[in-house]
Write a protein that binds this ligand. Structure first.
Ligand code: NAD
Length: 282
């Protein structure tokens, strides 16, 4: 069964509107983005679109390789102190003068992409916090079909601090056994073929083939690769093949239209969670 991002988003939109009904104000997100970096621009555009469609306000701050340290620090301090700002995102890769200590100026409950040390520590210590949006988006696909992770073996491919590593901790919280593979893993197939769930976030088109996921009952493709002008994932698996359509035997997420579009919604939900925490709302 293919689970599309669209399907997940229907539920998330409803969840967001139900929370918004309880508030009088409009949630406000500020994005500091590098206008010299194409992925940073397109990430900002897609978050902005989804935020506006769902009734959030947005303020964008353009920075670049010429932006001075003081300026970056000042923007972050003013956003941190402004009670009208509910969420702050600094797009990656950070501009050259952006230091980790500046990122840590973002208050924990306004840190809607889980970038600060406070939220990273919370994730590792199994405490409450705001966690990175893409790993949270992945977790929504399990929730969508009530898939039980407890006791399962999950293999994650990729160990980045934005996807693989935080995802590892979210998966462990669900009592699954989790293995992380990466570019230095020898014999990737050995690991993937033992997995109930394979999540690929390597950014290598064609990395995962059918013979590598023989036991798997859930395949999640996080990657966004451009090949000949087309968006493809890491998994070179023919989703159209008849066997895969057998109900509930195997769950799959497509690329494009899978994890990617759900990610922005997790930023909105993190903003609402942060607001609830900051204002001690129920
Ligand atoms: P990254 O380059 O920081 O990390 C890639 C990871 O994959 C590394 O840990 C590396 O060791 C591993 N890797 C690379 N080649 C490998 C190989 N041949 N075998 C095994 N492991 C290998 O990238 P990232 O930021 O974590 O993003 C990963 C992918 O996910 C990219 O395609 C990116 O576009 C996509 N992504 C999607 C979303 C989304 O919203 N869906 C968000 C972030 C990233």
């Amino acid at each position: 069964m293919i689970i599309s991002g669209k399907q997940v988003i229907v539920r998330l939109k409803e969840e967001i509107q139900n929370i918004l009904k309880k508030y009088s104000g409009t949630p406000h997100i500020s994005i500091i983005f590098n206008h010299e970096d194409e992925p940073s621009i397109s990430y900002t555009k897609s978050i902005s679109k989804v935020a506006r469609e769902n009734g959030f306000r947005l303020t964008l701050y353009e920075v670049d390789s010429n932006t001075q340290e003081d300026e970056l620090k000042e923007i972050l301090i003013s956003l941190a102190e402004d009670d009208d700002v509910d969420g702050i995102i600094v797009t990656r890769p950070y501009v050259s003068r952006m230091k980790t200590e500046f990122i840590n100026l973002i208050p924990r409950w306004k840190d809607i992409d889980g970038q600060t040390d406070a939220n990273i520590a919370a994730l590792y210590k199994k405490e409450e916090g705001l966690f990175p949006a893409t790993p949270l988006a992945v977790m929504e696909f399990f929730k969508e079909v009530n898939y039980t992770l407890a006791g399962k073996h999950v293999v994650i491919i990729g160990r980045s601090t934005t996807v693989g590593l935080p995802l590892y901790h979210l998966i462990l919280r669900e009592d699954a056994t989790c293995t992380i593979c990466h570019s230095k893993t020898s014999n990737l197939k050995y690991f993937t073929n033992q997995a109930d769930v394979v999540i690929s976030a390597a950014g290598v088109p064609g990395l995962i083939t059918e013979d590598m996921v023989e036991r798997a009952t859930f395949l999640i493709d996080v990657a966004i690769n451009i090949v000949d002008g087309k968006v493809v994932g890491d998994m070179a698996i023919n989703f159209e093949e008849k066997d895969y359509y057998q109900e509930d035997l195997l769950f799959l997420t497509p690329v494009p239209g899978g994890v990617g579009p759900v990610t922005s919604y997790m930023l909105l939900l993190n903003t609402l969670k942060g607001m609830q925490k900051r204002h001690k709302l129920k």
